[in-house]
Write a protein that binds this ligand. Structure first.
Ligand code: ADP
Ligand code: MG
Length: 421
C-alpha cells in the first residue's frame, strides 16, 4: 500500500502542513503502516518523529513512544496537541491526577500517541494498562540508549525486548541518529528485532563546516571565533567538565556574550530554565557538558564548538549535528590539543569498566584522533567512519582541510616555534 492509498500523505498535509516526505520517510512509513518492524538510522534533524507519528495516526489504536527525554515530553506533547494530534505522556514528572487522566484517555481509545519513559515499562502496572488498550505501533526513540558502549546507555532500554514477545502483532520501529555498524547491530539484537527492515539515511550534513584548530588559549580562541563569525548567533559550546562549563560561561558573559551554563550538577529548575531560554530566545549560547542536547529540536543553532576532545566520533557527530538543522550554513568548530588526548587516555585507564570496555574506549578515542589529525577532507573522513561515501571523492570543498590543505602548512617552522618558546 502506498502512502497515498494509506492516507499517510493526506495526514502529512492535513496535520503537519508539509508538502512531501523527505528522504527515507516515505519508505519507512509505508513499511510500518503495513505492519513491518523497522530500524531507522537517520541523522539529527532528519525527521525521525514523522516515521512513527504518521503510522500512529493512520493505523487504528495508540502509538506508544518510548523516549528517554523526560524533560522534553511535555513540550513535545503540547506541540502535537497544538496541531490537533491527541497526544499524552506518562513519566515521573507528573502527579497522580495527571497520570490518571492520561491512562483514562488511553483506555478510552482517545489518544493517537502516548509517550512513555523507559522505566515505566518495567512496571507491571504499565504493562497491564497497555494490555487493556489498543496499540497501533511501538516506537523506540533514541534506540542507541540500549548500547552499553555509548554514553547514553539506559539499562531500562534492555527490557524493551519484551515488547515483541508480549505484542507480536504490533509493529515496532527503533530510531536513532547513531550510525556505526556496531551500534546498529546491538540495537537489532538487544531489542530482539531480527526481522526488521533497516533504513539507513545519508549522514552527510553539507551545510555544516567542520573545522578543528590547534588548541592554545581555548577560551580566547572561542571568543575570537564567536566575535568574528557568530556574533549574536545561538550556539552550543561543549566542555568536558562542569567546572570548565562554569568558567567558560562566566568568561563569555564577562566579554559581552549572552551565555548560560548547563550540566548535571545544576538543579533541575535551573537546567530547565536554561534549556527553555535556549529554545525560545534567538542568540543565546549554552555552555554545556554532553548532558545537554539530546532531542532538542532548535532549527537555527548556528554553531557547535568543542573546547575539549569528544570521547568518540559518534559523540562528535551527534553533538555537531545539532547545528544547522534548518539547512543554513553552520559551523562545527573545535580546539584540539595533545594534552586532551593524554588526559583522556588517563581517564580511560583509571576509569570504570573491565579490560574489554577500556580497549573499546581506547579504540573510540583513536578514531576521534584520526579525524583530528587527518589531512584529507574532514567531512569525507567522518562519513567514511560511518561506512558511507563522500558525495565528491575530491573533497567537500567546505571543511577546513579542503579550504586550507594541510600540505601548504609548514610543520617545521611551527615545530621550531614551539620548541624555541
Ligand atoms: P530527528 O528526530 O530525526 O532529529 P525531527 O523529527 O525532530 O528530527 O524533525 C526535525 C525537523 O524537521 C522538525 O522541525 C520537523 O518538523 C521537520 N520535518 C520533518 N519531516 C519533514 C518533512 N517531510 N517536511 C518538512 N519538514 C519536516
Ligand atoms: Mg528525534
Amino acid at each position: 500500500m502506498t502512502v497515498t492509498e494509506s492516507g499517510a500523505l493526506a495526514a502529512l498535509h492535513r496535520v503537519f502542513g508539509f508538502d512531501s516526505f523527505r528522504g527515507e520517510q516515505e519508505a519507512v512509513i509505508e513499511h510500518v503502516i503495513a505492519g513491518g518492524d523497522a530500524v531507522v538510522l537517520m541523522p539529527t534533524g532528519g525527521g525521525k518523529s514523522l516515521c512513527y507519528q504518521i503510522p500512529a495516526l493512520v493505523r487504528p489504536g495508540t502509538g506508544v513512544v518510548v523516549s528517554p527525554l523526560i524533560a522534553l515530553m511535555q513540550d513535545q506533547v503540547d506541540a502535537l496537541r497544538a496541531l490537533g494530534v491527541r497526544a499524552g505522556f506518562m513519566n515521573s514528572t507528573q502527579d497522580f491526577e495527571e497520570r490518571r487522566v492520561a491512562e483514562a484517555e488511553f483506555l478510552a481509545g482517545e489518544l493517537d500517541l502516548l509517550y512513555l519513559a523507559p522505566e515505566r515499562l518495567r512496571l507491571n502496572s504499565t504493562l497491564d494498562l497497555l494490555s487493556r488498550g489498543k496499540i497501533s505501533v511501538f516506537a523506540i526513540d533514541e534506540a542507541h540508549c540500549v548500547s552499553q558502549w555509548g554514553h547514553d546507555f539506559r539499562p531500562d532500554y534492555l527490557s524493551l525486548s519484551l515488547l515483541g514477545e508480549r505484542w507480536p502483532d504490533v509493529p515496532r520501529i527503533a530510531l536513532t541518529a547513531t550510525a556505526t555498524h556496531a551500534t546498529h547491530r546491538e540495537i537489532t539484537e538487544r531489542l530482539a528485532m531480527p526481522d526488521a527492515r533497516h533504513f539507513v539515511a545519508s549522514f552527510d550534513r553539507p551545510n555544516i563546516q567542520y573545522r578543528i584548530v590547534p588548541k592554545a588559549d581555548p577560551r580566547k580562541q572561542l571568543l575570537n571565533f564567536l566575535r568574528e563569525e557568530h556574533a549574536g548567533d545561538a550556539g552550543i559550546v561543549y566542555c568536558l567538565s562542569r567546572n570548565s562549563v562554569e568558567k567558560t560561561a562566566e568568561f563569555l558573559v564577562r566579554n559581552g556574550i549572552e551565555a548560560v551554563p548547563y550540566h548535571a550538577g545544576l538543579d533541575a529548575g535551573t537546567r530547565a530554565a536554561h534549556q527553555s531560554r535556549f529554545l525560545r530566545e534567538e542568540g543565546l549560547v549554552v555552555v554545556a557538558t554532553i548532558a545537554f542536547g539530546m532531542g532538542i529540536d532548535k532549527p537555527d543553532v548556528r554553531f557547535v564548538a568543542h573546547l575539549d576532545l569528544p570521547k568518540s566520533v559518534e559523540g562528535y557527530y551527534q553533538e555537531t549535528g545539532r547545528a544547522g538543522r534548518d539547512g543554513l550554513p553552520s559551523t562545527a568548530w573545535m580546539a584540539y590539543g595533545l594534552n586532551d588526548v593524554i588526559q583522556q587516555r588517563k581517564l580511560i585507564q583509571s576509569g570504570e569498566g573491565d579490560e574489554a570496555f577500556r580497549r573499546r574506549a581506547g579504540q573510540h578515542l583513536d578514531a576521534m584522533l584520526a579525524l583530528c589529525e587527518t589531512v584529507r577532507c574532514r567531512r569525507g573522513q567522518l562519513l567514511a567512519y560511518f561506512g558511507q561515501d563522500t558525495p565528491d571523492p575530491a573533497g567537500c570543498g567546505n571543511c577546513d582541510t579542503c579550504l586550507t590543505p594541510p600540505e601548504t602548512w609548514d610543520g617545521t617552522v611551527a615545530a621550531q616555534k614551539v620548541l624555541s618558546t
